[in-house]
Design a protein around this ligand. Structure first.
Ligand SMILES: Nc1ncnc2c1ncn2[C@@H]1O[C@H](COP(=O)(O)OP(=O)(O)OP(=O)(O)O)[C@@H](O)[C@H]1O
Length: 339
């Protein structure tokens, strides 16, 4: 038995690490700030604070793009720092289980495995788990039963739509549309309708605070700050939830249409289960208000949401690592590639 087990979910916006020994989840922005081209200046939430505010000699960057590792070197530096932060005990001999999106290449999956292996820790083992499987287990579903389950994980850069049965993935599609795209749409819409440039963090705050997937009967408002693109001067503006809704509705419709496509491709017996049990919605992006209402209207199927959707994958990883029922669902990269 190894000393410690870590579950790792390297998200585009957020990294989540579960340390089994103290049962705590570290959940921070997956961001690094590099000063003078090669020195670590800040990481995680502290680096995110500097995003869009840093001077020219500080580069603030997100090493995961669209769910895959795009900047290996900086991701490695980040992972080492986060692991040290997540663990008060020694990392030597620890066991790791890391989540990978299903609908990516084997080379991209291997990068997740290799990044842990090359962190300079003498680890006992590095196991891979398919993200939709971990997601479903983290939500509390018994995915080993012969029941079809539809899980939709709305993340920052991606939305992963998967049908599972008997512990395996029947269908899975990773679409390049998540919370970040919604933020970009809010920026473009405010520029187009008001001639005001706002930052990404402001757009994200608008989405998270007053954004809604359906039009609200009583619109909410929020004060935001930006730059008038005609005068170039800073400006205060009151934005209402109708505007945010108009900005993001096309993106949400696109997610709905992709779920419909997966449902059309789902074998009929599994469709029957999905109709009976509903769709399971997870990922931080699913916290947008009334997304369940929109999906129920459009899909005519019950929608189940969960309490801490951003952490369902990492909770599922930990259960996979420690529960003999689910442990065989994780695999080593070598077995996956050569067998
Ligand atoms: N209350 C909220 N309303 C709307 N969106 C939210 C809310 N809270 C968080 N989000 C969004 O959730 C997203 C982050 O979710 P999550 O942590 O699951 O993504 P990730 O794992 O980093 O990304 P990916 O799965 O694409 O790799 C961000 O876009 C964030 O703005």
């Amino acid at each position: 038995m190894s000393n410690t087990i870590f579950g790792i979910d390297l998200g585009t916006n957020n990294i989540k690490i579960f340390n089994q020994s103290d049962k705590k989840i570290l959940n921070e922005k997956n961001v690094i700030a590099i000063i003078n081209k090669n020195q670590l200046f800040a990481y995680g939430d502290a680096a995110y604070e500097m995003h869009e505010k840093a001077p020219g000699n500080i580069l603030v960057t997100f090493p995961v793009h669209f769910g895959v590792i795009a900047d290996y070197k900086n991701m490695q530096i980040l992972l080492i720092e986060f692991l040290k932060k997540a663990s008060k005990t020694k990392l030597k001999n620890a066991e790791f289980i890391i989540a990978v999106p299903t609908d990516i290449t084997e080379v991209e999956k291997k990068a997740f495995h290799d990044i842990v292996k090359s962190c300079g820790i003498k680890c006992k083992d590095v196991l891979i788990a398919e993200k939709p499987v971990a997601d479903a287990i983290g939500i509390g579903l018994d995915i080993k039963s012969a029941t079809g389950t539809l899980v939709v994980d709305m993340g920052a850069d991606t939305t992963e739509i998967s049908v599972l049965s008997l512990g395996g993935i029947v269908l899975s599609q990773l679409i390049h549309l998540g919370g970040n795209k919604l933020d970009e749409s809010v920026i473009s819409y405010i520029k187009k309708t008001h001639g005001i440039d706002i930052g990404k963090k402001t757009a994200c705050a608008l989405k998270e605070t007053i954004g809604s997937a359906i039009k609200l009967d009583e619109p909410e408002t929020m004060v935001a700050y930006g730059r008038d693109i005609v005068t170039g001067l800073p400006i205060e503006i009151t934005i209402d939830s109708d505007l945010v809704y108009e900005a993001i509705k096309e993106n949400l419709n696109s997610i709905v249409n992709n779920i419909k496509i997966i449902l059309e491709r789902t074998p009929p017996e599994l469709s029957a289960d999905i109709i009976n049990h509903g769709v399971y919605l997870t990922g931080g992006g699913s916290l947008i208000k009334n997304i369940d209402v929109l999906l129920e209207q459009e899909l005519k199927i019950k929608v189940n949401t969960c309490e801490t959707p951003s952490e369902s994958v990492v909770k599922g990883l930990m259960q996979m690592a420690t529960d003999s029922k689910y442990r065989p669902l994780a695999y080593t990269m070598k077995v996956k590639i050569y067998n």
